[in-house]
Design a protein. Structure first.
Length: 681
């Protein structure tokens, strides 16, 4: 039997067999008559939109929509062109005049738009081509403008298309030229008005089209003023002259009818004004840098507000606002993080290893302005910068300057580093609390295994005793009132949260168990209503080790749950150190001084038996209940934050419990005389 030919024959130069035509295939091959729908769709139905008609048909493709934001984008496009002249060094002032009829006029003293005939469009001036043709302009090849905001060549032509009327005047070579447009169409040829002296530049007056934006749409003076002022801050070499009729300013706060905006300090001036009255973790870090031998310049001003309020990041590229950020912001974030971590390595602050870019930017108030050649934006409205080189330019400029700033101001640098580390620790703490909340949600209420909880459902009248070690915990569990008193044993000395990083805090099982037992959250997420006990009582041995453990616990509560202290929930138990017996009488003494007083006053001249408790675990449950836990017989010390305020207390805690041993050594030296007096007593 002959084998069928393989398709391999085709590869070798032969022809593969042709498949037999099926009835369906044959039917498809036959010509068929056009349907009525197909017959009605011809070349005549294909529209070709010419000139600026696409803009009027689909304005959203060019300015993002027809809402208030898009309406004010028209002003942005016009003033951006004037700013490009200023940044290029050809203009020193820009005038913004708001008209009573809803129009806006923007004037600059730059070179003026060219008015000579365009070589590719016979019979049209370069000005008319720019105003009526998409993708036309002088910013494509970088020869006319080293950096500019308008790159697509559609900005001012879009404004022209979406304006009921636009009038433009150009003063060049001591001659004045004028041309008017309506909805993108010239209302006549370019007119040479006559000679002018002491004037040059471009003047554009436009009135937004109510057919596009709605009859009630109006440019808002307050928003226009804010946009104009931001331009003056972004380029210290320009002066912006603002004028607006007083009758349009009703309800607009802090908007003058006439003023001149000029800020020699640039972004630093703006940031200082914005942060007036706010507490800062460090002085404003500001600077500017221009690349030597290449294009690209960066200006920045950064401050970290230490008042709990949110920060902000306002970035610009070639004076164009980029509210969605982009590569220049990424470069800034990397520069700040690397510089701070480098400084932490030099000063041996190991807690900084947890830091991320988000920690550095949290609470930061940032003004960033980058100037680069031919930037790439996402979208016509240029809300996000996408140029990869911008990240490298910003990172290199800011990193070097920030390194020097940190090294030159160690006091400022240390404060800032502690501030940023606190943000990182707070981030890890929130993550740990989310994990706890997730576990609790999946298991209803998961409590630590060593917690002996009370049977009472509500928090009123209930108490949590935090005790040292399993032995003391066993005695306390037998001595307690099971209805209202809960006991949580801790294993030895807890973590010193004042010197440990947030990563260690998050991983510490004892503190995690304690927080889970309390149920109220920490710091800003503390919820008084979620606290499971009315009193939280630290009960440790009446010796030096016990006092140390109590100090560590109080440090934890002060750092992580200060509101619990302020609401009067934290107490220290006062267990006895000595048992004094004579005949059938037993008395307990808190310390050596109390023992001597009791013996001298109550058992004077009598032979007494004195026993010293090595710890709570050695006490019989009945003794522990009688001396330390029974509400009618015990002594409790309520813990309060000192009257000098949280700042003074925080400094003292940081000094005595923090990560710097030299601070504790100085404290000992400063208070040595006081300690000697105590010994003498």
């Amino acid at each position: 039997m002959a084998e069928p030919k393989s398709d391999l024959l085709a590869d070798l130069g032969g022809e593969p067999p042709k498949p037999a035509a099926t009835p369906k295939a044959a039917a498809r091959a036959l010509p068929r008559a056009e349907t009525p729908a197909e017959a009605g769709y011809t070349a005549a139905d294909i529209e070709v939109l010419e000139g600026l008609e696409p803009v009027r048909r689909r304005p959203g493709m060019y300015i993002g929509g027809t809402d208030e934001k898009a309406l004010h984008h028209l002003f942005a496009e016009v003033i951006d062109n004037a700013m490009d002249e200023a940044v290029a060094g050809h203009a020193t002032f820009i005038a913004v005049d708001v008209g009573s009829d809803g129009s806006v006029t923007v004037t600059d003293n730059g070179r003026g738009i060219p008015v000579d005939p365009h070589p590719k469009f016979p019979g049209k001036s370069a000005l008319e081509v720019i105003m009526t043709t998409l993708h036309s302009g002088g910013k494509f090849d970088g020869k006319v403008y080293e950096t500019s905001g308008g790159l697509h060549g559609v900005g001012v032509s879009v404004v022209n298309a979406l304006s009921e009327r636009l009038d433009i005047e150009v003063a060049r070579n001591q001659k004045l030229y004028r041309q008017s447009f309506s909805r993108g169409h010239p209302q006549g040829a370019l007119e040479e008005v006559g000679p002018v002296h002491n004037r040059r530049g471009t003047k554009v007056r436009f009135l937004p089209d109510a057919m596009i934006f709605g009859a009630e749409a109006r440019l808002k003076p307050a928003r226009l003023f804010q946009m104009a002022r931001s331009k003056a801050y972004l380029f210290s070499g320009v002066e912006i002259r603002w004028t607006c009729p007083a009758e349009l300013l009703a309800g607009a706060e802090n908007v003058p009818d006439k003023t001149t905006l000029h800020f020699p300090g640039g972004l630093k001036d703006y940031l200082a004004t914005s942060l007036t009255g706010r507490e800062l973790a460090a002085e404003i870090f500001a600077g500017h840098h221009k690349r030597a031998g290449g294009h690209g310049a960066v200006e920045w001003a950064i401050a970290w507000a230490d008042d709990g309020e949110d920060g902000f990041c306002r970035s610009y590229c070639n004076t164009i606002p980029t509210p969605e950020g982009g590569t220049h912001e990424q470069g800034l974030r990397v520069a700040l993080l690397r510089a701070l971590k480098g400084y932490a390595d030099l000063t041996n602050v190991k807690r900084a290893s947890i830091l991320t870019g988000d920690d550095v930017m949290a609470g930061a108030a940032v003004m960033l302005s980058a100037f680069i050649r031919e930037p790439e934006f996402q979208g016509q409205t240029k809300e996000r910068l996408a140029t990869a080189e911008a990240a490298r330019i910003v990172e290199a400029a800011v990193k070097d300057a920030f390194d020097h700033w940190l090294a030159a101001s160690p006091q400022q640098a240390n404060r800032l580093l502690e501030f940023v580390i606190a943000r990182g620790e707070d981030r890890l703490r929130r993550r740990a609390e989310k994990d706890v909340a997730r576990k609790s949600a999946t298991r209803k209420l998961r409590l630590p295994g060593k917690l002996a909880d009370c049977s009472q459902a509500g928090s009123k009248g209930s108490e949590l005793f935090i005790v040292e070690g399993d032995s003391a915990g066993g005695s306390a569990k037998q001595a307690r009132d099971r209805a209202t008193q809960a006991v949580l044993p801790l294993r030895g000395k807890i973590l010193n949260v004042a010197s440990a990083g947030a990563d260690k805090l998050a991983q510490n099982q004892q503190l995690s168990d304690l927080l889970l037992a309390l149920g109220c959250g920490t710091r800003a997420r503390y919820a008084e209503s979620d606290l499971r006990y009315e009193r939280v009582i630290v009960m440790t041995d009446a010796d030096v080790d016990g006092a140390h453990i109590a100090s560590l616990l109080m440090t934890y509560f002060f750092r992580e749950l200060p509101e619990l202290i302020r609401h009067g929930h934290l107490f220290l138990a006062v267990p006895p150190l000595y048992r004094i017996s004579h005949g059938g009488v037993t008395v307990y003494a808190r310390d050596d001084a109390d023992k001597d007083r009791i013996v001298a006053k109550r058992f004077k001249g009598k032979k007494v038996e004195i026993g010293r408790f090595k710890g709570l675990g050695e006490m019989m449950p009945a003794q522990l209940r009688e001396t330390t836990m029974a509400p009618d017989k015990r002594t409790l010390l309520r813990v309060e934050i000192a009257e000098d305020g949280r700042e003074g207390t925080r400094d003292a805690v940081e000094r005595l419990m923090g990560s710097k041993p030299e601070a504790r050594f100085r404290f000992i030296q400063e208070n040595a005389a006081f300690a000697s007096e105590l010994v003498d007593i």
